[in-house]
Design a protein around this ligand. Structure first.
Ligand code: NDP
Length: 680
């Protein structure tokens, strides 16, 4: 059978492998499958193409445009899922592994698309946090902003998730407005190439936004500048080699690393045999050991249980693991496939042999295990292997050597402090889980182990049905960890987008900051010459457009009527003597809700018009009490506009209420949905 030629996509061209290409074997059969790599790949041209063609095209789009693009790409990939599943079996993965890789990757893209629309502005600049008051009179302010890097993101990915591994990095990169060059691990690059081809063929992406290197990366990294980012997933040794290259260090090139991790799962002291938590623990550990044949960066490598429960966990886990049907992942009933390659199998067995110097193997024999529909000699198969370490305090290999396969070590703890100490012996992990019902245990683990872990996952009978699993990094939550795990951070919603942007502290006058936003800042120019803003459609409204109402006096009768009508007869509104005893009030005062109700009555334009709905109110503050006899006046200013769909957009209004002495009594942001201009 002829080999699949895995191409690269460089500067707009598909490049076939050359004579120096690396050969890739089928993980299940060992047969030659594909080849990848071209030593003549022009890395300089690829970088220039990304920087000069892809970057400008992406930066011209708003966050919302890019979010729509991600959604379209996710839909397109979804249409071709079956082809991706089909080609992925050769990596040794089962259908449920494909769901994690392919569906998980597509799902991640959808989440970024939706977060991009909901949490980022329809603009090119992201405003990070609120305006900082840097001067007494408010004429000089500060605002942190983020703008896309002007370079390219080079993504170097691991072999284990050829689709998810690419998409979890690509989605935030494209959303940021930065072009990407993806370099998948050679062992599984034929799957990534197919996914890249689906995206490029769709025509959704602007030219230069996405390129692919199948095979070696050549001298790419030596050509990067401080405007570029390297995002790496793989082994600690490769990460160290790449990130410590003088060119990377000299140019302060961002290097995000996600590498080895000795993740732990702790069985809570309350989770004794017979509880739902005990069963849940055993199930989660078994799943993490066998999914992707243990080739998961978040897999459980260390099982930390109360000393008294060690035997019970070994027994229960062994019973579950013994049901794992291992073999050709295409065969019905097979639950665990092959490792990615013979080289990986060799590595896993060598590390397992090292672990056995400190721990006794209590389940799984690599020299004797049943295989379904596959051959021991040619396929890269190993069984799940469970070790028991009697002396975890004196051991070191079990805490420092990751066997990147279905290998895990159980160890006993004396108390929660000891469990935390053992978990932290991993010296930085992506995730630790704790199965417990006990809030005190959870608090102790967070205090003691939080700094050593990128994610802490608690599970018990309440959350188990809906929980997403110890091993699932979610696009909403950060993925990464300190120390051995690489010190990097990915995803985490909008946080992940910021890895591809520069945060800049901008200082200036209110008008300057309003123009940059674009978001109106108090103190900036107010536009007052137009008709009532409620009569103007979304498109016509300008940032800074302002309405001042006439004053309205608040009477004692108003306060009493409101109290009787709403039932809010709180003493500060109804009892003068009691109100005076309260340090906040001089006398009976108007209800805050009365004030904002009156405010609405003062600023609304009642006739049917472009304002469709009031969808909320943010940041409401009452600053000064209003007594009977005071009068209030309202200022309503267009702060920000965000298109929401084809018919309407959201208008964020800055609203202030002031009294007859021009003192601020209340402030808030009002959200309305406003219709676009009707086509003529
Ligand atoms: P590697 O570190 O060897 O490779 C990771 C990526 O780096 C691959 O894309 C690889 O490409 C690339 N790479 C390797 N050398 C260079 C180089 N000199 N310049 C540019 N790119 C380079 O890891 P593997 O994928 O082989 O996995 C090995 C081990 O890494 C596993 O056994 C496991 O311990 C760990 N690992 C950890 C993961 C995690 O998420 N924590 C995930 C995957 C692996 P190529 O394939 O072409 O060599």
């Amino acid at each position: 059978m002829s080999l699949i030629d895995v191409k690269s996509f460089a500067a707009g061209q598909w490049i076939i492998p050359d004579a120096n290409a690396r050969e890739i074997a089928n993980a299940v059969t060992g047969a030659p499958l594909a080849r990848a790599g071209n030593s003549a790949l022009d890395c300089g041209a690829m970088l220039e193409y990304a920087r000069n063609v892809g970057g400008p095209a992406l930066r011209a789009l708003s966050f919302h445009d890019r979010a729509r693009m991600l959604k379209a790409l996710a839909i397109e990939l979804g249409k071709h899922k079956d082809a991706l599943y089909d080609i992925s079996f050769a990596t040794g993965a089962t259908q449920s592994d494909h769901m994690i890789d392919i569906d998980g990757g597509i799902g991640t893209m959808f989440v970024f698309a939706s977060k991009g629309r909901r949490e980022l502005p329809d603009a090119q600049v992201y405003l990070d946090g609120e305006v900082e008051q840097l001067s007494r009179n408010g004429t000089f302010l500060g605002q942190h902003i983020c703008t896309p890097l002007r370079g390219v993101a080079v993504h170097i990915n691991a072999f284990n998730f050829p689709v998810w591994g690419m998409l979890e990095k690509l989605a935030p990169t494209l959303l940021a407005g930065v072009p990407a060059i993806v370099k998948p691990a050679t062992a599984t690059c034929y799957v990534t190439e197919r996914a890249v081809r689906i995206m490029l063929d769709s025509g959704i992406l602007p030219a230069g936004a996405l390129q692919l290197v199948s095979g070696g990366l050549g001298d790419m990294l030596d050509r990067l500048t401080h405007q570029d980012v390297v995002s790496f997933t793989g082994s600690a040794s490769t990460a160290l080699q790449l990130r410590s290259a003088p060119h990377i260090l000299e140019n302060s090139i961002r290097f995000v690393a996600e590498q080895d991790s000795l993740n732990a799962s702790i069985l809570g002291p309350d989770a004794t045999p017979g509880t739902p938590e005990f069963d849940l623990f055993v199930k989660e550990v078994q799943r993490e050991m066998t999914t992707k044949a243990g080739q998961k960066c978040t897999a459980i490598r260390r099982i930390i249980v109360p000393e008294a429960q060690t035997d019970a966990v070994i027994d229960a886990l062994s019973a579950r693991l013994s049901k794992t049907v291992i073999g050709d992942p295409r065969v019905e009933g097979v639950r665990m496939g092959a490792l990615v390659s013979q080289a990986q199998r060799h590595d896993v067995l060598a590390t397992a042999a090292e672990i056995s110097r400190e721990a006794e193997r209590v389940f799984g024999n690599p020299d004797d295990f049943a295989l379904t529909g596959a051959d021991h000699e040619t396929g890269a198969f190993v069984p799940p292997m469970l070790f028991h370490c009697q002396n975890p305090d004196t051991a070191s290999i079990v805490h420092s050597k990751e066997a990147f396969g279905p290998v895990s070590t159980i160890m006993g703890y004396r108390d929660i402090d000891h469990a935390v100490t053992l978990a932290n012996r991993g010296e930085g992990s992506l995730v630790a889980s704790v199965i417990t019902q006990d809030g005190d245990v959870a608090r102790q683990v967070v205090a003691g182990a939080g700094a050593y872990h990128g994610r802490l996952y608690f599970n018990n009978r309440t959350s188990m049905k809906e929980s997403t699993g110890h091993g699932s990094p979610l696009p909403h939550m950060v993925h990464g960890g300190p120390g051995r795990a690489g010190g990097g951070e990915e995803m985490g919603g909008v946080r992940g987008v910021m890895h591809y942007m520069q945060r800049t502290a901008v200082q200036g006058s209110p008008d300057i900051l309003s123009a940059i936003g674009p978001r109106w800042v108090p103190g900036a120019a107010e536009i007052t010459e137009h008709a009532h803003p409620f009569t103007r459609d979304f498109n016509a409204l300008e940032i800074g457009e302002t309405l001042y109402t006439e004053p309205r006096e608040i009477t004692l009768d108003d306060i009493e009527t409101f109290a009787n009508f709403t039932g809010d007869r709180f003493y500060a509104h109804m009892d003068a003597e009691a109100a005076k005893r309260n340090p906040f009030f001089p006398d009976r005062v108007a209800h805050g809700y009365l004030l904002i109700s009156f405010a609405a009555g003062m600023f609304v334009e009642p006739n049917e018009g472009p304002v469709l709905a009031n969808t909320g109110l943010d940041k409401l503050r009452f600053m000064k009490p209003v007594e009977a006899g005071d009068s209030i006046r309202v200022r309503l200013t267009v702060k920000q506009k965000t298109p929401r769909n084809d018919e309407y957009g959201e208008v964020r209004w800055h609203v202030t209420l002031s009294n007859q002495n021009a003192e601020l009594v209340a402030e808030y942001e009002l959200l309305t949905m406003n219709a676009y201009a009707k086509p003529a």
